[in-house]
Design a protein around this ligand. Sequence first.
Ligand SMILES: [Zn+2]
Length: 121
Amino acid sequence: MPLDRDPWSRKICVYRAHGPADGHFMRDLLVSSGIPVEMRGELLSSLQGAIPLADSWPSLWVVPHNEARARSIIDSMDTAPSGAGWACGCGETNASSFGSCWACGRDRPGLGQGEDPADAA
Ligand SMILES: [Zn+2]
C-alpha cells in the first residue's frame, strides 16, 4: 500500500499531555467517543534527561477528519467554563466537571455530603 493511502500518515497532533497519566486519560476519552487515537512519545519518558521534559510527554494524534471533533472534546475538558479545577490529595489537578480524580479515583473534596476533610490530610 502506498504510504499516502494510509490515513495515519497525515495525522494531526491535537493534544500534548501534561504527563503520562494525562495522556492516557485523554486518549481513553477520545477513543470512548469513537475517535481512533494514536499516542506518541510514551516510550520517550524513559529518555528523560536526554530531551526536554515537555517533549517526553505523550502527544495524541488523530486523522484529519477527526481533528475538529477531537479538539472540541479536548477543549471541553481542558477549559471548563467555570474556570477553576480542583486539586486532589494525590497532587493531580482535575477539571471542575470531574466528580472524582482522574488519576486516583478519589471523590472530589466537598462534592458529596458527609465527606471527611481529615482524609486529605
Ligand atoms: Zn487523585
